[in-house]
Design a protein around this ligand. Sequence first.
Ligand SMILES: [Zn+2]
Length: 140
Amino acid sequence: MKQELKQQLKDKYKIFSDINEVNISVGDGWYDVIDGGSQLIQEYLDKRPNMVVKVGQIKEKFGEMRFYVDGHVDEYINEIINTMEDASSSVCEKCGNICKEKIRTAGWVKTMCAPCYKEHTQEKVKWFQEIAKKKIDVIK
Ligand SMILES: [Zn+2]
């Protein structure tokens, strides 16, 4: 996720006050899901000053978001987190479009729409060719 988006989450929600930014390791496309869920959690906590909940890590696993928190997690907060994680599996992690299809390759599963996947693979092709060209240039 872009640095400015991570900073926006930290500026908006106290639940992000303790997180190390390297522990937010998902694509920009999931920002809206995180923003929406975090707002609900923060509003709930603001009315309950004795409850402390902090986001510890947000990552992707098998094409779905994992949203880890520390502290006093009750049924309400748990349900919001479950809903965010479920919703992420229908949203392209790269661009945020609704996308029901998963990209599956031998090594991984990603929730990514077809245009983003195409762009993603083209970036990899370019990356490879740049490395290859550097090696070839040395031979010439
Ligand atoms: Zn996309």
